[in-house]
Design a protein. Structure first.
Lengths: 342, 259
């Protein structure tokens, strides 16, 4: 039987991707205007962890520890969180086109962020974006629930309505009050950017990933039960309504935290789950862990490109993920024609 | 089917089951039984309440009144997972959202038995269920490459992997050709499990069920052996069609012909 052999190769794929992620993170930190080597990166990190190593020059140490390391770590956590959220969302709604922003989360977060950026409301950007995302989630679920049980179709439609409303409000604020350079700052945020990363964004995204992400990965067997729909899930002993609420809320918290630190980076949550599924098959116990690591790897690479391709100018990373994501998306779409994608 | 899966035979007792959906009564005061180890056919016109009754027995819809007992245990008192280990349901026209292999579909049946992420004891149960359903040779095929009859066999295997005492089937012969219909029904019978099966074709039901429950507009109008229930007067009253009941010269089963 192929069972055991496949399990070994899945473990190997996961391990290989983790190693690749670590190497890419180290290399990504060395890329940029200052001349930094992998050895400097390791020495700086070791030094800050209190290990007895030769000191790194202070300037190099500052660039590694205060600038590039937090940025790479934030990119990794955000990529992991978005890819995981997308995978769970696709399974819960049984919709291959679902992404983490399906319930209007990105539009809600954008509204919160733009309100802070332009109107100068006296709070920090991440909490405002997070509050906007949660508000959008609550409104979407309330609308979806208004006419009875929450079905995937109703959740999608409710999210669409909220996204449109929040989008209109965001446009209105920008149209009415944005001046001069604030357009660039807003656009940067709306397209998604990791330029504002520091240790506080590492903490927000990292804690969200560790707490909510772990819970979502552990919910894997329940997600399998939804493969044939709600009735099948119920007949397999799953509490369908409660499980859907919990999973949607988990995805919203995780996505809200990620959007709060980086803006709405597109395509990671839509594409990565499909790519990983084509390697592992649809079983969530194998698929979700690899999705987490692959999402991290993808966004670290995309963000490194975003800040170096047009150096010294920096692109919003959302442009890079779209440029890579769209062709991959089309390829998957063409290959899968006639199978699962109606 | 020579291969045995671990099936615990169980009988069903329904007493006074009623349910309304959106204020409309769907089932009224159903009291019936499905004896252990027998195939019970659930007949009735469209909208008679067959699927709803199966959903209630499967614990997916809760009745407004009445109880369903499996081997004397009230279904409502069982935790969901425990219920899923005793009763398996085959839906009509189920399609997966992702492109699973047949084996992966059957593995879904092990979910009620899982503890944590890894369950090393699954493989023998999955293999036995595939064998019992005659699906071993198509185990590695992808769902969307299977014919309708093969998909139903895989669904039967998935249900068997739950190792249930009772198997519920909602119009399992829908969209199948004659050969696939007959082989599926023979197979269900050959499993030796307690089965409750909603069917449209009266002659098929007469040939493959031990007992018949006839529903009309949410009420149980007749129960008994096929020969007892499938009388021209009863069929005419429930379905509004004129018919004769003949006897199959080779099997002795009732054959319903319409005129």
């Amino acid at each position: 039987m192929r069972g055991p052999r496949r399990r070994v190769s899945h473990a190997a794929a996961l391990l290989g991707t983790i190693v690749a992620l670590l190497i890419v993170c180290c290399v990504a930190i060395t890329i940029g205007p200052a001349d930094i080597r992998v050895g400097d990166v390791l020495a700086s990190v070791a030094g800050h962890l209190g290990l007895p190593v030769a000191a790194v020059p202070p300037l190099t140490d500052t660039i590694v520890w205060e600038l590039r390391l937090p940025r790479v770590l934030t990119a990794a956590a955000v990529g992991a969180g978005l890819a995981l959220s997308g995978a769970v969302m696709q399974s819960v709604t049984r919709n291959p086109l679902a992404d983490p922003y399906l319930l209007g989360l990105s539009s809600g977060a954008s509204l919160g962020a733009v309100a802070v950026l332009i109107l100068g409301v006296g709070i920090m950007l991440p909490p405002a974006a997070f509050a906007g995302a949660l508000l959008a989630l609550v409104a979407s679920l309330a609308i979806a629930r208004a006419g009875g049980a929450i079905t995937p179709g109703r959740a999608v439609l409710a999210g669409l309505a909220i996204a449109q409303l929040a989008g209109a409000a965001t446009s209105f604020i920008i149209f009415w009050s944005a001046k001069g350079d604030s357009y660039r700052e807003i656009l940067n945020w709306l397209l998604g950017s990791l330029a504002g990363s520091d240790w506080s964004t590492v903490a927000i995204s990292g804690i969200a990933l560790a707490v909510v992400g772990t819970a979502l990965v552990l919910a894997a067997p329940r997600l399998d039960a939804f493969t044939f729909g709600d009735t099948a899930a119920a007949s397999l002993g799953i509490n369908v309504e409660a499980t859907r609420w919990l999973l949607l809320t988990g995805v919203a918290l995780l996505t809200g935290a990620m959007v709060a630190v980086s803006g709405a980076i597109g395509f990671v949550g839509l594409i990565l789950p499909h790519v990983v599924r084509s390697v592992t098959g649809p079983g969530h116990a194998r698929m979700l862990p690899l999705t987490v690591v692959a999402g991290a790897l993808f966004l670290v690479i995309a963000d490194t490109l975003a800040r170096t391709v047009f150096d010294p100018r920096e692109l919003p990373v959302g442009i890079i993920t779209a440029v890579i994501g769209v062709p991959v998306f089309v390829l998957l779409f063409v290959r899968k024609r006639g199978a699962t994608w109606a | 089917m020579g291969v045995t899966t671990r099936v615990r035979l169980a009988g069903l007792e329904l007493s006074g089951v009623s349910v309304s959906i959106d204020g409309r009564p769907i089932l009224r005061d159903i009291t019936a039984s499905a004896p252990s180890g027998l195939v019970t056919g659930l007949l009735g016109p469209n909208g008679a309440g067959k699927s709803t009754l199966l959903r209630i027995i499967g614990g997916i819809t809760a009745p407004d009144a009445g109880t369903v007992a499996i081997d004397g245990t009230d279904l409502a008192a069982l935790p969901r997972r425990e219920r899923a280990r005793r009763i398996a349901l085959l839906e009509q026209n189920a399609t997966p959202s992702t492109d699973l292999t047949a084996r992966e579909v059957v593995q879904l049946g092990r979910i009620p038995h899982r503890r944590g992420l890894l369950s090393p004891t699954d493989a023998p149960s999955v293999d036995a269920a595939l064998a019992a359903a005659g699906a071993t040779d198509i185990a590695e095929r992808h769902w969307h490459t299977l014919s309708g009859g093969q998909q139903q066999r895989v669904q039967v295997a998935r249900a068997l992997a739950q190792e249930p005492g009772v198997l519920l089937l909602d119009e399992p012969t829908n969209h199948l050709d004659v050969h696939a219909q007959l082989s599926l029904l023979r197979q269900v019978r050959g499993l030796g499990v307690t089965a409750v099966m909603a069917l449209h074709d009266l002659t098929l039901a007469a040939a493959h069920c031990d007992r018949i429950l006839l529903l009309d507009d949410g009420c149980l109008v007749a129960a008994g052996t096929p020969a007892e229930v499938l009388q021209p007067a009863t069929i005419s009253a429930v379905y509004g069609v004129d018919c004769d009941v003949l006897t199959n010269p080779r099997t002795g089963h009732p054959v319903i012909v319409f005129s």
